[in-house]
Design a protein around this ligand. Structure first.
Ligand SMILES: Nc1nc2c(c(=O)[nH]1)N[C@H]1C(S)=C(S)[C@@H](COP(=O)(O)OP(=O)(O)OC[C@H]3O[C@@H](n4cnc5c(=O)[nH]c(N)nc54)[C@H](O)[C@@H]3O)O[C@H]1N2
Ligand SMILES: Nc1nc2c(c(=O)[nH]1)N[C@H]1C(S)=C(S)[C@@H](COP(=O)(O)OP(=O)(O)OC[C@H]3O[C@@H](n4cnc5c(=O)[nH]c(N)nc54)[C@H](O)[C@@H]3O)O[C@H]1N2
Ligand SMILES: [Mo]
Length: 768
């Protein structure tokens, strides 16, 4: 290594690291010394920071410059590079014009996305602060991660806190659980990541400790690979999107055999009798017994019976990964999981009850003291307008149309300007060909991006932004045991600027700079946010004092002390349900919800139920598209982030995203391992590279999200982006979440020449 190297502490969503820099270039990223299982993704950073795909200068789409307000050309047009002054003037004038002519709600500023680690330079928070300060915007509520559960759980258990990772902690699980029913498994692949970043990657360690104590682990999933190979676990293959049926079948077994905990149900739950009537089939004549469930989910009836009775005979934890609810009727498996755990009667006991997200993300269940982290307030949206996050294409296509959401009726706003920073809707949204049509509707689309992503390439004005390594920040997540200083290690690349600086200038042009900045520059914000945290720590009995800001900045991090006791979800409620009433109408766990029933939704009734999803292996449509596509999270990147780096590239086949297929399904179609294939349904088609794998259930395809969307039209996506195949429908009228994991498809070998992948080409650019 050169002699003149500098080293800077930093943090990413995939872990903490030291940036090694020489002569203005990032040479390497060394994992944080306390991290026992760092993610290889940190080594992809140099590729990305110095990538030829960086947006070098502000750029404006030619077609938009020629004729404002025209959407066609987004995705194919050339760009013109302009100076910052010109670019900011254009953005400022457009914001002012749209606000004046169409009102604040005509600006769509939900700006959903993961952006980068760092609490201050969080692009979505900064976007909100800026647009709120300027008069407000149409916002987004919920997320793609656990949107269905987020709006269901408050009705059932009075809170969605367990979705944030605050579930019965791993110490309690490793120390007490005899049987882990792992719905969706616990793939280490996904535990590489946590929003806000992690000091330590701990899931593998906790799984090993749990297994070492002799816990039995059942992986209930369409894929065997959802548990690390060194963990002894039994695989129970299940048809995708049928977990609610399996859980309901298990509940029925408990009821029929009298093994349900009547004392727990009477004391802590509301409405068990109504649910029991459903299980018995009192209303529809169909008992939801093991045979019934087996016919739906494909797990043999004997195995369903065995699982239910075993769970009743030991300390059992029912965990669901978030994937289960990212599906049509995704509310049901989560509610059925809570009902099953309630009937087992172990909610609130060490290592027992239900849990969500263990294995979905690194820090779920991480033992941690309650401690504040530095926070950037987003402020209040004066426009007081929002849509459910995954309904963005509906909104753009149908201004003024009515929709239902969580007990209320709304109408979509008439959006004229879309403003996005820190997200990639042409990665994250479903049915991208539909989004492509919707994306033509707004008059103007402004995007802040670091790279020429598919979304940047479909914007009218693209403003180049820095990476985390080009700015100072503070990183932390509410479930991790560290607060990190993130030191600026490099100068801004090209002409990129921090999102904050871009917004500050725009706010100044609009006359509301002080409202946006509160008269602080970035450095003063960091100190202010840190000191706010420090003051809260000083008031907390079980926390040591945090060092002053300057000391923290020099040290690079602060570690939290280990918690004094294990956290067990609903332990207090179990001990004293009167003093610790849940925030549900009854104060108890609602197995029947009058409130939900009162909404009158046919797609979310008053108790957990098996409701066939729009697409699943038992649907009529399976006659034409007989395979269920599971689009899971990618092992070698975060969503679409890092996709152009060598690490992600090495996993591809013929430059396309791999798709896993069962040997029998492959043989029936003449697909060899390593072959180029075309996956298709009525919504679209994409190319992919086949991996023949008997760890995938027959009838199921598994393909990761995040290959940069690469299509000229709706006929063929060239790179392997599953979101040209996924349905763009809400989970239900209750939660309106993303239904990404309910897609039927077929697959065939691709004969003939393969069109080149063009996702990583910079659009053609001319000068001002
Ligand atoms: N089919 C299918 N689709 C899915 C899912 C699925 O399971 N199946 N999962 C869904 C889920 S759970 C999620 S959370 C979403 C994720 O969807 P997104 O969060 O939209 O995905 P990312 O690729 O992380 O996009 C973040 C973007 O922010 C940019 N960025 C990073 N840092 C900065 C910054 O400082 N400033 C600015 N301006 N930009 C920055 C990155 O370059 C990147 O393009 O995808 C969803 N989509
Ligand atoms: N490396 C990496 N890690 C990540 C991310 C990333 O992009 N890259 N994204 C992060 C984000 S934003 C989120 S929200 C989480 C998402 O966390 P999850 O939603 O838990 O992740 P998925 O990979 O979608 O699904 C997990 C597993 O569920 C199984 N599964 C799919 N459908 C079904 C089903 O119907 N029933 C059952 N029983 N199992 C099913 C699949 O086999 C899959 O491997 O991951 C986070 N972790
Ligand atoms: Mo997510």
């Amino acid at each position: 290594m050169p002699a003149d190297v500098q080293r800077y502490p930093s943090l990413s969503h995939w872990g903490a690291y030291t940036a090694v820099v020489s002569d203005g270039r990032l040479l390497a990223c060394e994992p944080f010394h306390r991290d026992r299982a760092p993610s290889p993704m940190i080594h992809a950073m140099p590729d990305m920071v110095h990538s030829p795909l960086r947006v070098a200068r502000p750029a404006v789409r030619e077609g938009w410059l020629r004729r404002r307000g025209m959407g066609e050309g987004r995705g194919t047009d050339r760009y013109v590079e302009v100076g910052w002054d010109t670019a900011l003037k254009l953005v400022h004038e457009e914001l002012a014009r749209v606000r004046a002519a169409h009102g604040d709600e005509a600006i769509f500023g939900g700006s959903y996305g993961w952006a980068s680690a760092g609490r201050f330079h969080n692009a979505m928070s900064q976007t909100r602060r800026f647009l709120y300060a300027g008069g407000g915007c149409t916002d987004q509520v919920g997320n793609y991660s656990w949107g269905a559960a987020q709006f269901l759980l408050p009705h059932v258990i009075g809170t969605w806190q367990p979705l944030t990772g605050k579930v019965t902690d791993w110490n309690s699980v490793a120390g007490h659980t005899d049987l882990v029913l792992a719905f969706g498994g616990m793939p280490l692949r996904n535990a590489q990541v946590i929003a806000g970043g992690a000091g330590e990657h701990t899931t593998a360690h906790w799984l090993r400790r749990t297994a070492a104590r002799g816990a039995r682990i059942a992986v209930i999933s369409p894929t065997r690979g959802d548990m690390p190979a060194d963990i002894p676990a039994e695989w129970i293959p299940i048809r995708p999107n049928t977990d609610a049926a399996l859980m309901i079948g298990m509940a029925c077994v408990l009821l029929e055999s009298g093994r349900h905990d009547t004392a727990f149900l009477a004391r802590y739950c509301e409405g068990f009798e109504r649910y029991a009537a459903y299980l018995r089939g009192d209303t529809d004549g169909q008992a939801k017994n093991a045979q019934w469930a087996s016919a739906i989910c494909g797990v043999p009836a004997e195995r369903i019976r065995g699982l239910a009775l075993d769970a009743a005979g030991c300390r059992a934890l029912v965990n669901c990964t978030w994937s289960l609810q990212r599906a049509h009727h995704g509310e049901q498996p989560y509610w059925a999981c809570i009902a099953l755990a309630a009937m087992l009667g172990q909610i609130g006991l060490p290592g027992g009850g239900f849990s969500f997200g263990l294995g979905s993300i690194n820090s779920a269940g991480n033992p941690r003291v309650d401690a504040a982290v530095p926070e950037l307030p987003e402020g209040r949206n004066p426009a007081a307008r929002s849509i459910p996050v995954a309904r963005v294409a509906d909104m753009l296509l149908h201004p003024g149309a009515p929709y239902r959401f969580n007990g209320e009726e709304y109408r979509y706003p008439d959006v004229r300007l879309v403003y996005w920073a820190g997200g990639n809707p042409f990665h994250h949204h479903q049915d991208l060909n539909r989004l492509q049509t919707a994306w033509q509707q707004p008059e103007t689309i402004v995007v802040h991006e670091t790279w020429w992503t598919p979304t940047a390439r479909r914007a009218d004005i693209v403003l180049p932004t820095t990476t985390t390594l080009e700015r100072n920040d503070i990183g932390a997540s509410s479930r991790d045991g560290y607060i990190f200083a993130m030191h600026r290690a490099l100068p801004p690349q090209g002409q990129s600027r921090d999102d904050f600086d871009i917004y500050r200038e725009l706010a100044a042009m609009g006359g509301y700079e002080a409202a946006y900045t509160e008269s602080r520059d970035a450095w003063h914000w960091l100190a202010h946010m840190y000191e706010g945290m420090r003051a809260r720590w000083a008031r907390a009995a079980d926390l040591p004092g945090a060092p002053p800001f300057e000391d923290f900045w020099r040290q690079g991090y602060v570690a939290l002390p280990p918690p004094r006791r294990d956290f067990v979800l609903f332990e207090d409620f179990r001990r004293d349900p009167g003093a610790h009433r849940l925030e549900t109408p009854s104060g108890r766990i609602e197995l029947y919800s009058e409130r939900i029933a009162g909404f009158g939704y046919d797609d979310c009734p008053g108790h957990p139920a098996w409701l066939a999803p729009s697409e699943w292996l038992g649907a009529d449509a399976a006659r034409h598209t007989p395979l269920h596509l599971v689009s899971s999270q990618p092992a070698h990147r975060l969503h679409s982030q890092l996709d152009p780096a060598a690490l992600s590239h090495a996993s591809k086949i013929h430059g396309r995203e791999p798709v896993r297929i069962h040997p029998a399904d492959a043989a029936a179609r003449g697909i060899d391992d390593g072959a180029l294939v075309r996956i298709h349904n009525g919504r679209g088609a994409c190319l992919a590279g086949a991996i023949v794998d008997d760890g995938v259930m027959q009838g199921v395809l598994v393909m990761s999200t995040g290959a940069w969307f690469d299509a000229d039209d709706a006929t063929l996506e060239r790179h392997g982006n599953p979101n040209v195949l996924t349905p763009d429908i809400g989970t239900s009228q209750l939660a309106q979440g993303s239904s990404a994991l309910s897609a039927l498809v077929d697959i065939e070998p691709w004969h003939g020449a393969a069109p080149p992948v063009r996702a990583y080409e910079v659009p053609v650019i001319g000068g001002e």
